[in-house]
Ligand binder design. Structure first.
Ligand SMILES: [Zn+2]
Length: 296
C-alpha cells in the first residue's frame, strides 16, 4: 500500500480499507456494484486524429495500473470470472479484468512492460486475419497502426497475457451474411488456436455489434464467454455472451478512471464538471454499444 501515500485523499477514498486486500470469498465480491472489466485499445502518445478517445497515453496507463495495484485490486482472467458466474468459483476481494481490443503493437511496447512489472494480467482480443499486419479498420483516420505479430503474441503468452478472438477481419457482424458471420467467429478461433497452440475461450464483438443470432454463433463455436462494449460493471446477472465493459479513453483523468473502476461514475457525490464529463462519456459509450459510428 506504499502507493497510497502519493495519491490525493479523493483518490484514496475510492480504495478499499487496508486488510481486505487478499481475502477470497465465494460470495460475489461486490454485490452492490459488480466487477470492472476494463476496455482499452491503443496505448500510445501518437493517436490518429479522430481516434484519441481510443488511445490512452503510456503515462496515464502506468498511473492507472499503479492505482489499481495500490488499491489492492487483483487482475483475474476472464475465464475465472466466468467460472465465478457459472459455478460460484472464488474471486479475490477486489477483482478487475483488463482487456484490450484489436491487438495493436503498442500494447507490447507500452502496456506489456507495465503489466509485467506490476504483476498484472490482461487479455488481448486479436483480429485473427490481421496478425502481423496493419489495422485496416482504422484507415479512414490516417496511416493504420501496426498490429502484433505471431512471435510477439507467443512471447506475450508466456507472460501475463492471454488472448481471445475478435473475428478474422473486424467486420460489423450484423452487417454481413449469417454464413460470413459464422465464418468470422468460428474461423478466428481455429486460426488463433493453431497459432497459439492452446484453447481460445473468449470472444469480443467488433464495434459491440451483435444480435441474438450472432451471440448464438459465438456459443456454438465453442467460446465460453464474449465481451460487448455495453457500459457498466459486470455482474452475475449478465449474459456471459454479452459481458459489460468500461471503456478507458484518452480523455480519462485518474479521477474519472477511479470512479469507473469503483462503480461511482455518475453518482451525485461527484463534483459537477466531472459528473458532466462522465455523463457525456457514458452517452458516447452507449451509442457505440448500439452500433453507432464510433470505433470499438
Ligand atoms: Zn475492435
Amino acid at each position: 500500500m506504499a502507493g497510497k501515500g502519493r495519491l490525493s485523499p479523493t483518490l484514496v477514498s475510492y480504495m478499499p480499507p487496508d486488510g481486505q486486500m487478499s481475502r477470497y470469498s465465494n460470495r460475489r465480491p461486490d454485490s452492490a456494484r459488480g466487477v470492472p472489466i476494463l476496455l482499452y485499445h491503443r496505448v500510445s502518445d501518437d493517436p490518429a486524429p479522430g481516434l484519441e478517445h481510443y488511445c490512452v497515453s503510456p503515462a496515464n496507463f502506468r498511473r492507472q495500473m499503479a492505482w489499481l495495484q495500490a488499491g489492492g485490486y487483483e487482475t483475474i482472467l476472464l475465464d475465472t470470472l466466468v467460472d465465478h458466474y457459472t459455478s460460484a468459483a472464488a474471486l479475490p476481494a477486489r477483482p478487475v479484468v483488463i482487456t484490450f481490443d484489436d491487438g495493436y503493437r503498442d500494447n507490447l511496447d507500452n502496456a506489456y512492460p507495465v503489466l509485467e512489472s506490476l504483476s498484472l494480467r490482461a487479455i488481448i482480443f486479436l483480429v485473427a486475419g490481421a496478425v502481423g499486419r496493419k489495422a485496416g479498420w482504422d484507415a479512414a483516420f490516417g496511416a493504420p497502426p501496426s498490429l502484433l505479430s505471431w512471435p510477439e503474441i507467443r512471447m506475450m503468452a508466456k507472460g501475463p497475457i492471454t488472448f481471445g478472438a475478435h473475428t478474422i477481419n473486424h467486420p460489423h457482424l450484423c452487417q454481413i451474411t449469417a454464413q460470413d458471420a459464422w465464418n468470422e467467429i468460428s474461423g478466428a478461433r481455429t486460426i488463433l488456436e493453431d497459432g497459439l497452440g492452446h484453447e481460445v475461450s473468449s470472444f469480443a464483438y467488433p464495434y459491440s455489434d451483435f444480435s441474438e443470432e450472432v451471440r448464438g454463433f459465438v456459443a456454438r463455436a465453442g467460446y465460453r464467454a464474449a465481451c460487448s462494449s455495453i457500459w457498466g460493471l459486470s455482474t452475475s446477472a449478465d449474459d456471459v455472451y454479452a459481458l459489460r465493459r468500461l471503456i478507458v479513453g484518452g480523455g480519462d483523468s485518474l479521477e474519472s478512471f477511479a470512479r469507473k473502476v469503483s462503480g461511482t461514475s455518475g453518482t451525485r457525490r461527484t463534483w459537477h464538471p466531472v459528473l458532466s464529463r462522465i455523463k457525456r462519456f457514458i452517452t458516447r459509450s452507449q451509442s457505440a454499444s448500439t452500433g453507432g459510428s464510433s470505433l470499438v
